[in-house]
Design a protein around this ligand. Sequence first.
Ligand code: 5GP
Length: 203
Amino acid sequence: MSKRTGELIVLSGPSGVGKSTVIAELLGSRRDIHFSVSFTTRQPRTGEADGVNYNFVSREEFERMIAADELLEYAEYVGNYYGTSLKVIREQLEQGIDVLLDIEVQGAAKVKERCPEAVLIFLIPPSIEELSRRLHRRNTDAEEVIGRRLQKAREECRESVHYDYLVVNDTVVSAAGEILSILEAERCRTVKRLHLTQSIVGG
Ligand code: 5GP
Protein backbone atom coordinates (compact mmCIF):
# COMPACT_ATOMS: atom_id res chain seq x y z
CA MET A 1 0.00 0.00 0.00
CA SER A 2 1.49 3.37 -0.97
CA LYS A 3 2.02 5.81 1.89
CA ARG A 4 -0.09 8.95 1.67
CA THR A 5 1.72 12.24 1.18
CA GLY A 6 0.97 15.08 3.57
CA GLU A 7 -1.64 17.74 2.97
CA LEU A 8 -0.38 21.24 2.16
CA ILE A 9 -2.71 23.67 3.92
CA VAL A 10 -2.55 27.41 3.27
CA LEU A 11 -4.29 29.85 5.60
CA SER A 12 -4.57 33.54 4.77
CA GLY A 13 -6.58 36.40 6.20
CA PRO A 14 -6.31 40.12 6.85
CA SER A 15 -4.35 41.64 9.69
CA GLY A 16 -6.42 41.58 12.89
CA VAL A 17 -8.74 38.77 11.83
CA GLY A 18 -7.32 36.51 14.55
CA LYS A 19 -5.35 34.08 12.40
CA SER A 20 -2.70 33.28 15.03
CA THR A 21 -5.32 32.47 17.66
CA VAL A 22 -7.21 30.20 15.27
CA ILE A 23 -3.92 28.50 14.30
CA ALA A 24 -3.03 27.94 17.96
CA GLU A 25 -6.48 26.37 18.56
CA LEU A 26 -6.08 24.21 15.45
CA LEU A 27 -2.60 22.98 16.34
CA GLY A 28 -3.80 22.25 19.86
CA SER A 29 -6.29 19.70 18.58
CA ARG A 30 -4.24 18.40 15.62
CA ARG A 31 -0.77 17.90 17.05
CA ASP A 32 0.26 16.00 13.94
CA ILE A 33 0.09 19.15 11.79
CA HIS A 34 3.43 20.86 11.30
CA PHE A 35 3.37 24.67 11.28
CA SER A 36 5.80 25.98 8.67
CA VAL A 37 8.16 28.58 10.14
CA SER A 38 8.71 31.19 7.43
CA PHE A 39 11.81 33.21 6.66
CA THR A 40 11.50 36.98 6.96
CA THR A 41 13.64 40.08 6.79
CA ARG A 42 11.46 42.01 9.25
CA GLN A 43 12.66 42.69 12.78
CA PRO A 44 11.41 40.37 15.55
CA ARG A 45 8.60 41.83 17.66
CA THR A 46 8.69 41.62 21.45
CA GLY A 47 8.15 38.02 22.50
CA GLU A 48 9.05 36.53 19.12
CA ALA A 49 11.86 33.99 18.96
CA ASP A 50 14.11 33.09 16.05
CA GLY A 51 13.23 29.67 14.65
CA VAL A 52 9.87 29.64 16.47
CA ASN A 53 7.76 32.46 15.01
CA TYR A 54 10.02 33.10 12.04
CA ASN A 55 13.54 32.47 10.87
CA PHE A 56 14.82 36.04 10.95
CA VAL A 57 17.38 36.68 8.20
CA SER A 58 19.10 39.64 6.56
CA ARG A 59 17.99 41.00 3.21
CA GLU A 60 21.24 39.70 1.68
CA GLU A 61 20.58 36.18 2.95
CA PHE A 62 16.98 36.29 1.70
CA GLU A 63 18.09 37.44 -1.74
CA ARG A 64 20.65 34.62 -1.82
CA MET A 65 17.80 32.16 -1.06
CA ILE A 66 15.72 33.59 -3.91
CA ALA A 67 18.67 33.31 -6.34
CA ALA A 68 19.40 29.73 -5.23
CA ASP A 69 15.71 28.81 -5.76
CA GLU A 70 15.38 27.65 -2.15
CA LEU A 71 11.89 29.08 -1.65
CA LEU A 72 8.55 27.53 -2.54
CA GLU A 73 7.13 31.06 -2.62
CA TYR A 74 7.98 34.50 -1.33
CA ALA A 75 6.43 37.93 -1.31
CA GLU A 76 7.31 41.45 -0.29
CA TYR A 77 4.80 42.69 2.25
CA VAL A 78 4.92 46.17 3.81
CA GLY A 79 8.61 46.58 2.93
CA ASN A 80 9.86 43.17 4.08
CA TYR A 81 10.41 39.81 2.47
CA TYR A 82 8.53 36.72 3.67
CA GLY A 83 9.07 33.24 2.24
CA THR A 84 8.63 29.50 2.68
CA SER A 85 11.50 27.01 2.48
CA LEU A 86 10.97 24.53 -0.33
CA LYS A 87 13.27 21.87 1.17
CA VAL A 88 11.57 21.69 4.58
CA ILE A 89 8.06 21.56 3.11
CA ARG A 90 8.97 18.92 0.53
CA GLU A 91 10.61 16.63 3.11
CA GLN A 92 7.64 16.80 5.43
CA LEU A 93 4.99 16.24 2.77
CA GLU A 94 6.94 13.25 1.48
CA GLN A 95 6.97 11.79 4.98
CA GLY A 96 3.16 12.08 5.07
CA ILE A 97 3.14 15.04 7.46
CA ASP A 98 0.44 17.71 6.97
CA VAL A 99 1.97 21.18 6.74
CA LEU A 100 0.24 24.47 7.54
CA LEU A 101 1.39 27.75 5.96
CA ASP A 102 0.26 31.13 7.31
CA ILE A 103 0.95 33.34 4.30
CA GLU A 104 -0.47 36.37 2.56
CA VAL A 105 -2.44 36.37 -0.70
CA GLN A 106 0.38 36.74 -3.28
CA GLY A 107 2.31 33.85 -1.74
CA ALA A 108 -0.85 31.73 -1.58
CA ALA A 109 -1.43 32.28 -5.32
CA LYS A 110 2.14 31.10 -6.04
CA VAL A 111 1.66 27.99 -3.90
CA LYS A 112 -1.53 27.12 -5.80
CA GLU A 113 0.33 27.56 -9.09
CA ARG A 114 3.19 25.27 -8.03
CA CYS A 115 1.12 22.81 -5.96
CA PRO A 116 -2.43 22.70 -7.35
CA GLU A 117 -3.42 20.06 -4.78
CA ALA A 118 -2.78 22.49 -1.88
CA VAL A 119 -5.86 23.39 0.17
CA LEU A 120 -6.35 27.16 0.37
CA ILE A 121 -8.43 28.53 3.21
CA PHE A 122 -9.25 32.20 3.70
CA LEU A 123 -10.27 33.53 7.10
CA ILE A 124 -12.57 36.55 7.10
CA PRO A 125 -13.98 38.64 9.95
CA PRO A 126 -17.76 38.55 10.54
CA SER A 127 -17.92 42.15 9.26
CA ILE A 128 -15.67 45.11 8.51
CA GLU A 129 -17.05 46.81 11.64
CA GLU A 130 -16.00 43.84 13.78
CA LEU A 131 -12.51 43.88 12.19
CA SER A 132 -12.26 47.57 13.00
CA ARG A 133 -13.28 46.84 16.63
CA ARG A 134 -10.64 44.06 16.85
CA LEU A 135 -7.92 46.32 15.44
CA HIS A 136 -8.82 49.07 17.91
CA ARG A 137 -8.90 46.60 20.79
CA ARG A 138 -5.65 44.80 20.06
CA ASN A 139 -3.12 47.61 19.68
CA THR A 140 -2.18 51.18 20.02
CA ASP A 141 -2.05 51.97 16.30
CA ALA A 142 -2.99 55.49 15.33
CA GLU A 143 -6.39 55.96 13.71
CA GLU A 144 -4.71 56.59 10.37
CA VAL A 145 -2.76 53.28 10.58
CA ILE A 146 -5.95 51.40 11.45
CA GLY A 147 -7.61 53.04 8.47
CA ARG A 148 -4.82 51.76 6.21
CA ARG A 149 -5.06 48.26 7.67
CA LEU A 150 -8.82 48.23 7.03
CA GLN A 151 -8.28 49.32 3.44
CA LYS A 152 -5.65 46.59 2.98
CA ALA A 153 -8.08 44.08 4.57
CA ARG A 154 -10.75 45.00 1.99
CA GLU A 155 -8.23 44.42 -0.84
CA GLU A 156 -7.09 41.08 0.64
CA CYS A 157 -10.67 39.87 1.18
CA ARG A 158 -11.33 40.55 -2.51
CA GLU A 159 -8.72 37.85 -3.27
CA SER A 160 -10.65 35.28 -1.22
CA VAL A 161 -12.54 34.17 -4.39
CA HIS A 162 -9.34 32.38 -5.45
CA TYR A 163 -9.35 30.23 -2.32
CA ASP A 164 -10.94 26.80 -1.98
CA TYR A 165 -12.67 27.56 1.32
CA LEU A 166 -13.89 30.58 3.20
CA VAL A 167 -14.14 30.49 7.00
CA VAL A 168 -15.67 33.26 9.11
CA ASN A 169 -13.80 33.90 12.34
CA ASP A 170 -16.87 34.56 14.43
CA THR A 171 -15.54 32.64 17.41
CA VAL A 172 -12.15 30.95 17.52
CA VAL A 173 -13.64 27.57 18.39
CA SER A 174 -16.13 27.59 15.52
CA ALA A 175 -13.53 28.79 12.98
CA ALA A 176 -11.01 26.13 14.06
CA GLY A 177 -13.84 23.56 14.01
CA GLU A 178 -14.72 24.44 10.43
CA ILE A 179 -11.08 24.16 9.37
CA LEU A 180 -10.84 20.73 11.01
CA SER A 181 -13.93 19.63 9.05
CA ILE A 182 -12.39 20.90 5.81
CA LEU A 183 -9.22 18.91 6.48
CA GLU A 184 -11.22 15.80 7.30
CA ALA A 185 -13.20 16.09 4.05
CA GLU A 186 -10.03 16.72 2.03
CA ARG A 187 -8.52 13.55 3.46
CA CYS A 188 -11.52 11.54 2.19
CA ARG A 189 -11.22 12.67 -1.43
CA THR A 190 -11.37 9.65 -3.73
CA VAL A 191 -8.22 10.68 -5.55
CA LYS A 192 -6.33 10.61 -2.25
CA ARG A 193 -7.69 7.20 -1.30
CA LEU A 194 -7.17 5.19 -4.46
CA HIS A 195 -4.72 2.94 -2.59
CA LEU A 196 -7.56 1.86 -0.29
CA THR A 197 -9.57 0.46 -3.20
CA GLN A 198 -6.65 -1.46 -4.72
CA SER A 199 -6.92 -4.49 -2.43
CA ILE A 200 -10.68 -4.63 -3.12
CA VAL A 201 -10.89 -4.05 -6.84
CA GLY A 202 -7.47 -5.53 -7.65
CA GLY A 203 -4.80 -4.19 -10.00
P1 5GP B 1 3.55 39.66 10.20
O1 5GP B 1 4.67 40.60 9.88
O2 5GP B 1 2.36 40.35 10.78
O3 5GP B 1 4.02 38.49 11.03
O4 5GP B 1 3.06 39.02 8.81
C1 5GP B 1 2.65 39.81 7.76
C2 5GP B 1 2.01 38.95 6.69
O5 5GP B 1 2.99 38.09 6.12
C3 5GP B 1 0.89 38.03 7.20
O6 5GP B 1 -0.23 38.19 6.32
C4 5GP B 1 1.45 36.65 7.07
O7 5GP B 1 0.44 35.69 6.75
C5 5GP B 1 2.41 36.82 5.90
N1 5GP B 1 3.48 35.80 5.86
C6 5GP B 1 4.11 35.21 6.89
N2 5GP B 1 5.00 34.30 6.43
C7 5GP B 1 4.92 34.32 5.08
C8 5GP B 1 5.58 33.60 4.02
O8 5GP B 1 6.44 32.73 4.23
N3 5GP B 1 5.23 33.91 2.75
C9 5GP B 1 4.29 34.85 2.46
N4 5GP B 1 4.00 35.05 1.18
N5 5GP B 1 3.64 35.54 3.42
C10 5GP B 1 3.95 35.28 4.71
